[in-house]
Design a protein around this ligand. Sequence first.
Ligand code: SAH
Ligand code: SF4
Length: 352
Amino acid sequence: MKPVLIKNFSAPELESWVQGLGERPFRARQIYRNLYVRNVSSWGECTDLSRSFRNQLEYGSILDALAIARVDEAGDGTRKYLFRLNDGNHIESVLIPDPPRYTICISSQAGCALGCRFCLTGGLGFKRNLDTAEIVDQVCQVQRDAGPHRITNLVFMGMGEPLANYDAVLRAIRIITDPNGLAFSHRRVTLSTVGIIPNLRRLGAESPVNLAISLHAPDDTLRRELMPVSSAYPLPELMHACREYPLPPRKRITFEYILLDGVNDDKRQARELVRLLHGVRAKVNLIPFNAHAGSEFRTPSEEKVLAFQEVLQKAQLTAIIRKSRGDDISAACGQLAAIANNAPCTASLRDD
Ligand code: SAH
Ligand code: SF4
């Protein structure tokens, strides 16, 4: 029998699986606690399970879905992890310390099929969707490595488009936010998406995690140029879905806007952005483009970034400029995996 990736199971599925092995259901709760509360790295550590059951688990299941291939630490403490998957593909996670906040940025796919022009991951192309276990295990393994610092926040802003891998991502969110699992509050989990509209609606109905929409342009013509996915899910329809999104009280949608020099950073475009977001419970994260070798885009001057922000603020729109973290280690989604996969380097990732 092929060993199962144990972190693919939801709590009830684990219970049935354990019963199938002839064990009582409470054994599943013990396993779940060992996996997510104790965060064990081997079955040998699970001394609350009998030796014979541990043996069965050893041969019938895979505990770690990933192996750390490399860790880089930047001057500012940002740690970037390159993980090898069981099939030889690579993905990345980043841990961004900002005490008392420790934010982990995780991947949902190996590569990405959507090909946004400014993004290095997009340039890598699509390898495959991650399993739930491969998503959840990024958190387990980085937490183990982070030692005493508890990871407090989690963002789906690494490689891949989470709503293009909806089922595995939603299952992972359930384990991540399960009080008996990794026990993150929904308020501390953010999913970033370009807006795959049907799955955006499903997410609104199925999970109260925070939502970030990668906007990057105030009109659909420019957005289609920068993000080909906008042809399939046009901006007016996306904004309609955002207006209808079932937000919990006092919550807002975050709109991410990468500022690209001379492309989308004009004050006129800032005013258009204000109009676009009119009536939406919104805040804007302005992200000065994280430049990388070979890219056709440049980072705007600080002056231009501030001028863009001022237009939004004068219109009573909350607009925060996101600082870049871990620059000296290319803590940017896609860069390490690009090296591992022998592809040209390009993308980048930044602070939550
Ligand atoms: N696919 C999802 C989530 C992963 S990308 C999405 O696109 O939302 C996470 C964020 O990093 C997105 O807002 C993306 O646009 C941004 N990003 C990608 N490349 C970047 C770069 N070179 N500089 C700054 N931000 C970048
Ligand atoms: Fe994919 Fe997001 Fe990069 Fe676009 S920005 S290519 S959706 S990872």
